[in-house]
Design a protein around this ligand. Sequence first.
Ligand SMILES: C[S@@+](CC[C@H](N)C(=O)[O-])C[C@H]1O[C@@H](n2cnc3c(N)ncnc32)[C@H](O)[C@@H]1O
Length: 247
Amino acid sequence: MKDYNPETFGELKADDYDAYCEGMERETRDSVAFLAALAAGGRVLEFAIGTGRVALPLAATGLEVHGIEASEHMVAKMREKPGGEAIPVTIGDMADARAEGQFDLVYLVFNTIWNLTTQDAQVRCFENAARHLSPKGVFLIEVVVPDFSEYVDGQRVKARWAEKDAIKFEIAVQDRVAQTVDFQRIVMGETGAQMSPHFMRYSYPPEHDLMARIAGLELRERYAWWDRTPFTSESKSHVSIYGAREG
Ligand SMILES: C[S@@+](CC[C@H](N)C(=O)[O-])C[C@H]1O[C@@H](n2cnc3c(N)ncnc32)[C@H](O)[C@@H]1O
């Protein structure tokens, strides 16, 4: 997708992001409990901190939480919330940007590794995470396992709803070599068409493990979800924890 860069997500979605996340309260609570236990009182850094959906309740547990985020619009939304002014954020690309100091936990959740739209950028993100870790620090990612079962010939068109004078549908077009998906959610009605684009590069758990290895890390733990459900070949998502490679 042309002209889709790291700032685009926030430019298009910052105003609606928190409304979009309504209904995720239980997931957010479970992820915060998991991350707080993993951090064990140490310093924490969220890559792509967004509007603070996870970072704010995590900071409220007493942890020192920092962030890196590409979009000033997303961070501005976090700053409006209680506690949002207190979280130090570096504006920049999580593939390269540097936050001050070392961290015992760096995490990147909600499929956001896919917001890095090339393999090179995803590898650099792992390397950047490794650069931020204290000697015992860990890097956690939470991502869905790609599923193209609804695609035909690398494409999917999905109706969301149809009313008398308006329709909502989605179009996704896959590039199997670049592992990218061009995505549009479209609402058409009397006032015309509103589009909500997204561009992502999907990646599978074994590729994440390889990226970790390139970054000098290795897989320590992998679960299917925040409740520590065991990860299997049937799992629809993974929560993976990487630490410095030993030996
Ligand atoms: C799905 S939201 C996740 C926000 C937050 N982590 C959460 O879980 O609610 C994706 C976030 O990634 C940010 N983002 C996209 N590309 C980025 C990049 N290259 N570097 C840093 N942040 C990026 C977007 O601006 C947006 O805030």
